[in-house]
Design a protein around this ligand. Structure first.
Ligand code: ZN
Length: 279
């Protein structure tokens, strides 16, 4: 499932090609992908004739800000992929549910076999940062204004374990299963530590680890696992999977202390960790 680094990689690529281009046509082939709109024609009319101004990201959401105040919001869900292609490129795959055509002769195609992802148009939000449908999101994991003091206050009132809290998009937006494990390893903290039990120093380590791990992952174009569900805007795989310290490395040696990485199952989810490095 794409997390912040994968979505940020696509955002940057999209920002490089989409700005200034006008939507000529929009076609919906899969109703579930535009489920927030009662009628898919509603989705299309919110796009046609609009010009793309810039591209933002909030957590795992991509926001293409259009003129006249409309915003095209995209979420990749479990298996969603975006492609930027020439309109004359091979026919879209069976799982391509939305195709947006631009006046440049190019298309943005949204394919999503498992259909947990979505696309919708937010009309006239007060600002692109305040799309109502995204109001529930916590601070963006790469947002600098939540420093370790603020994070310490936020953690002090939470009794849950760290990992589910880091994956809770209402608390912090952008982290999923891969990066929460990598962040916790970098911060030397166990997945099941109570959020309100962290010392000042541990909160500082956690804040630094979030930024460092995510920045490195973005620099490598995100992680593409064996299931190949994540590919960038041009169908290329990311490279950060080769730098994972714990995720997917069960039984392999910890790169820090040589202890075998263990895999713990909780609530139907696997967490990878080093029992010796993380306390
Ligand atoms: Zn270790």
């Amino acid at each position: 499932m794409p997390e912040l680094p994968e979505v940020e990689t696509i955002r940057r690529e999209l920002a490089g090609v989409i700005c200034g281009k006008r939507v000529d046509a929009a076609d919906v082939h899969g109703l579930r992908s535009v489920r927030r709109h009662g009628d898919p024609a509603d989705f299309c009319s919110g796009l046609i004739g609009r010009r793309a101004l810039y591209v933002r990201r909030r957590g795992k959401y991509i926001l293409v800000v259009l003129d006249a105040g409309n915003v095209l919001v995209l979420h990749l869900g479990m298996s969603g992929q975006l492609r930027w292609v020439s309109s004359s490129a091979v026919q879209p795959s069976r799982h391509t549910h939305v195709v947006v055509s631009f006046d440049s002769g190019e298309q943005l195609r949204f394919a999503d076999p498992r259909t947990f992802g979505e696309a919708f148009v937010a009309t006239s939000p007060t600002s692109d940062e305040k799309v109502d449908a995204l109001a529930h999101l916590g601070f963006d994991a790469l947002e600098a204004k939540v420093n370790s003091e603020t994070l310490a206050e936020m953690l002090s009132v939470r009794r849950t374990s760290l990992k589910p809290l880091l994956m809770n998009q209402r608390f912090v937006a952008g982290l999923g299963n891969i990066y929460s494990d990598e962040v916790l390893f970098a911060a030397k903290l166990r997945y099941d530590r109570r959020a309100n039990s962290l010392s000042t120093d541990e909160v500082r380590r956690l804040r630094r680890a979030i930024t460092r791990v995510l920045r490195q992952a973005v620099a490598h174009g995100g992680s593409t696992l064996a299931d190949a569900q994540y590919k960038d805007l041009y169908g290329r795989a990311g490279g950060f999977q080769y730098y994972h310290q714990v995720y997917g490395r069960e039984g392999e040696a910890c790169k820090r202390c040589q202890t075998r990485i263990s895999r713990v199952r909780t609530q139907g989810r696997s967490s990878f960790m080093c029992e010796r490095c993380q306390g």
